[in-house]
Design a protein around this ligand. Structure first.
Ligand code: GGG
Length: 359
């Protein structure tokens, strides 16, 4: 009997509550097929509902509660009608990323079969790259303040924070990822012509890191033209490494170019495995479609496959479970049923069940 892997399942807000059960269904189906022991424990906090009852997004002992889990499987956060977005995000997801040192946010961008691509003349295989987003510092800082509030002298200031430790470790991860891929290419997102202190520093560190990864061909591109090339020439990218904010934007734009953000997965990794890593769709809580049962569950399910791959750490059965989920997603995207965001009429559960059946 192998190890039982304990996973904290946190649905969060909005469509997180609709897609998470489908993700769990797929993970449990793949685990059963390949003889893996995955045990889910569900929590209703890290949600705006919890905030409305308790005045905070999570209980005080959230860190102690979660730190013994092998992974966190997370839905979505945010319900701006009741809780301002910066309160819900900083009270949950950003706490997880920082306190569990999940400094890598790994976000694949891939055009899958059966999905109408908004870009002309692209077929599956043409677009296949990773956005590696720095996940614990950069523009997402709480350093700053507001003065003279409500007066004509009112001003706000917010700093971006780039540490050598933080920048080097994300660059190292990205270069090593590129080293293991067939094309061995890396693009670093920058804006060092306009952001004149932190971005030139980022560029310097990229150049330095490149010296110890001579097998990787690399370039750097300003975020504006890089965004344009995501739309015009997405086929040229292999690994794109970016600061926290730039990475967040690029990893919505990339999947939008491959059809829908409803299918974009992500892994918030603590590569050293000192703390649980967190797996979640790139998309948020989508209040506009919550309750209709039409959210695309693929991002959540694909994130579950990434979770199994990471938990297995090279183990063949976990790898097979990951591959089986991806193959099932591709089968269902090709044959149907499909959710409305990619031209179908099916609901979340119908697609989730079809993927589980295809596993
Ligand atoms: N499942 C991801 C999610 O709920 N995202 C909400 C969001 O606004 N995230 C911003 C971020 O990832 O920085």
């Amino acid at each position: 009997m192998g190890k039982t892997y304990r996973v904290a399942a946190i649905a969060g807000d909005g469509i997180g509550k609709e897609v998470l059960p489908e993700g769990m269904r797929a993970v449990e189906t793949a685990a059963a097929k390949f003889g893996l022991e995955i045990e889910f424990t569900s929590f209703d906090w890290a949600s705006c509902d919890y905030y409305l009852q308790h005045g905070q997004m999570m209980p005080d002992d959230w860190f102690e509660t979660l730190k013994g889990f092998d992974a966190i499987y997370f839905g979505a956060v945010g319900w701006p009608a009741t809780v301002p977005d910066h309160i819900s995000l900083w009270g949950s997801l950003i706490k997880f990323r920082r306190e569990f040192d999940q400094y890598v946010n790994l976000r694949p961008v891939r055009l899958l079969p059966g999905v109408p691509c908004p870009l002309a003349n692209r077929k599956p295989g043409d677009i296949d790259f990773f956005v590696v987003r720095e996940n614990t510092e950069g523009e997402y800082s709480s350093v700053g303040g507001r003065m003279f509030a409500g007066t004509e002298r009112e001003f706000v200031l917010q700093e971006a924070v780039f540490t050598r430790h933080g920048v080097d470790r994300i660059l190292k991860f990205a270069f090593e990822l590129a080293e293991g891929r067939p094309r061995r290419k890396l693009t670093a997102a920058t804006k060092s012509n306009g952001i004149s202190i932190s971005m030139p520093y980022w560029d310097e560190r990229v150049e330095e890191m490149a010296k110890s990864h001579p097998g990787v061909s690399w370039d750097r591109q300003h975020i504006d033209i890089l965004s344009a090339r995501f739309v015009m020439q997405p086929d040229r990218f292999d690994v794109v490494v970016a600061s926290n904010l730039f990475g967040d934007i690029l990893s919505d734009l990339g999947p939008a170019c491959t059809g829908t953000i409803g299918m974009a997965p992500s892994a918030n990794l603590n590569p050293e495995r000192r703390f649980p890593s967190l797996f979640e769709p790139v998309h948020g809580s989508a209040p506009d479609i919550f309750g209709k049962g039409i959210a695309n569950p693929v991002a959540m399910i694909w994130s579950g496959a990434m979770m199994l791959d990471f938990l297995g750490n090279g183990d063949a059965a976990f790898k097979a479970a990951h591959d089986a989920i991806i193959a099932a997603i591709e089968t269902v995207l090709t044959q149907g049923p499909r959710t409305p965001d990619i031209g179908g009429t099916a609901g979340t559960a119908e697609v989730g069940k079809a993927i589980a059946a295809a596993i």
